[in-house]
Design a protein around this ligand. Structure first.
Ligand code: ATP
Ligand code: MN
Length: 433
């Protein structure tokens, strides 16, 4: 490819409507080809859209015409020509080719079809992301992550990074991936929370946005084994302030996201309406009563499952914070409620059908209280020595939460599974490509 062919003065498909009557040069990939007598109609896609190109033998010459006539889908090409208005064509314009240059013809017909089986979608993921649907999802994904980051930066949070290779569990050891680390045992991180807790003693308000790893064995629409986790932690914040923070961030970001991409979002999810403040709130204990009144048998003290979460989201309305969970259902670092130590100052935010999209709460900030909870939970305090140190040197009250980024995106777009919210999903059965 020469510099000239990848360069300057070229247009994107989305901008062609403003060039009607003029010349344009576009580069892209062949999406659909149709031959009608002495005309070949090409639909060419680039990152911004699809345009129809008409190729006439007289205009491009015999040799190019014959090449174009046989061109396979996904071949890359460059077209120069006149932009004309055409109400029947996608985007309302058509390009009359004057020059066509095939940059690289597809060597075989690509394995992309209209109704691909789920197996094929995952096997050919590296090609499937070229689809118009995935093109839009990936753009929306990029936009939503930028808006979340920007909101936090605008509100005085610093972005920090945390290691992906760690030595101890945050959410219980069962779902961790083990890695061999120079002959020693280490794990892929399930959450960066502990590292953020360390960072607040320097920066006070922090967040990170990076992958968390969970060896999830359940095949559900809401679990990946590698997902993007937005985690936020701040000094001097209690549970109530934490919920306000989540509520403000989510309503403002989702509103802005909706305003920016209304058309695309509504194409995926015609009924979507941005979140409204205040979010509903219900304590775990109230939720159990409500479930029992609806005929669900649930023991107080058991964690909520998918069925229970659905009923709560439907009965109470969504999104809904479920707060004050029984101590035993949550990890050891959650602060017991001083008014009722059998429950902790924790909250999950539930939506339907994705269930929990955030989980968070106030952390134990007292050294001895944390040490006791570690021992009580059956862990070895030595494994948590550095985490305990954070309570040894100038501890402060603090809280934080973690948001499953793909769950939020999949919820807004009503995707059938969070696997579609990420370009290359990782699950128990998908690790290629
Ligand atoms: P769940 O009960 O739904 O499996 P969890 O309680 O294990 O989730 P947390 O440890 O609280 O999840 O993690 C924080 C957030 O990360 C969750 O609220 C959820 O949005 C997201 N999350 C957790 N596990 C996964 C996963 N396997 N795939 C995608 N997102 C996840
Ligand atoms: Mn949780």
């Amino acid at each position: 490819m020469t510099a000239e062919s990848c360069g300057i003065g070229e247009q994107r498909v989305a901008g062609l409507a403003s060039l009607i009557g003029g010349k344009a040069r576009i580069r892209g990939w062949l999406y659909v080809r149709n031959t009608v007598g002495k005309l070949v109609f090409l639909r060419i896609r680039d990152s911004t859209g699809v345009v129809q190109v008409v190729v006439k033998r007289d205009m491009v010459g015999e040799e190019v015409f014959n090449q174009v006539k046989r061109l396979r889908r996904e071949s890359s090409l460059m077209v120069e020509g006149l932009v004309r208005k055409d109400a029947r064509a996608p985007g309302g314009v058509e390009v009359q080719a004057e020059k066509v240059r095939v940059l690289s013809p597809s060597l075989e017909d690509p394995p992309l079809r209209k109704n691909m089986s789920p197996e094929a979608v995952w096997k050919y993921r590296h090609l499937f992301i070229r689809s118009r649907t995935m093109n839009t999802v990936l753009k929306l994904r990029s936009s939503l992550s930028t808006l979340l980051r920007q909101w936090l930066l605008d509100h005085g949070y610093y972005e920090v990074s945390a290691p992906s290779i760690v030595t101890a569990a945050t959410e219980g050891g069962a779902r961790m991936f083990e890695v061999s680390y120079f002959g020693k045992k280490a794990f892929l991180t399930q959450s960066s929370q502990f590292y953020l807790e360390g960072a607040i003693f320097s920066l006070e308000k922090v967040f990170c946005f990076q992958p968390s790893f969970r060896a999830e064995e359940s095949k559900t629409r809401r679990h990946l084994s590698e997902y993007w986790h937005l985690e936020v932690e701040a000094c001097y914040m209690d549970l109530n302030q934490l919920l306000q923070l989540e509520e403000n961030m989510l309503t403002e970001v989702v509103e802005r996201f909706y305003e920016k991409h209304k058309e695309d979002i509504e194409r995926f999810n015609p009924g979507f309406r941005p979140f409204e403040k205040p979010f509903k709130r219900i304590t775990y204990t109230r939720a159990v009563e409500l479930l029992r009144n609806s005929g669900v048998e649930i023991e107080w003290g058991r964690d909520l499952g998918v069925k229970e979460e659905r009923l709560i989201a439907v009965k109470v309305g969504q999104p809904v914070f479920v707060t004050h969970y029984p101590k035993e259902t949550r990890a050891f670092y959650h602060m017991p409620d001083p008014e009722n130590p059998s429950v902790v100052l924790a909250a999950d935010l539930l939506v339907w059908p994705y269930g929990e999209i955030t989980g968070g709460g106030q952390r134990i900030d007292d050294y001895n209280a944390l040490l006791n909870r570690i021992v009580e939970s059956g862990y070895n305090p030595e494994d948590y020595a550095w985490y305990l140190d954070l309570r040894k040197y100038g501890s402060v009250p603090h809280s934080g939460f973690g948001l499953g980024f793909e769950r939020l995106l999949a919820h807004i777009l009503r995707l059938p599974s969070i696997r579609y919210a990420v370009p290359y999903p990782r699950t128990q059965t998908i690790v290629y490509p």
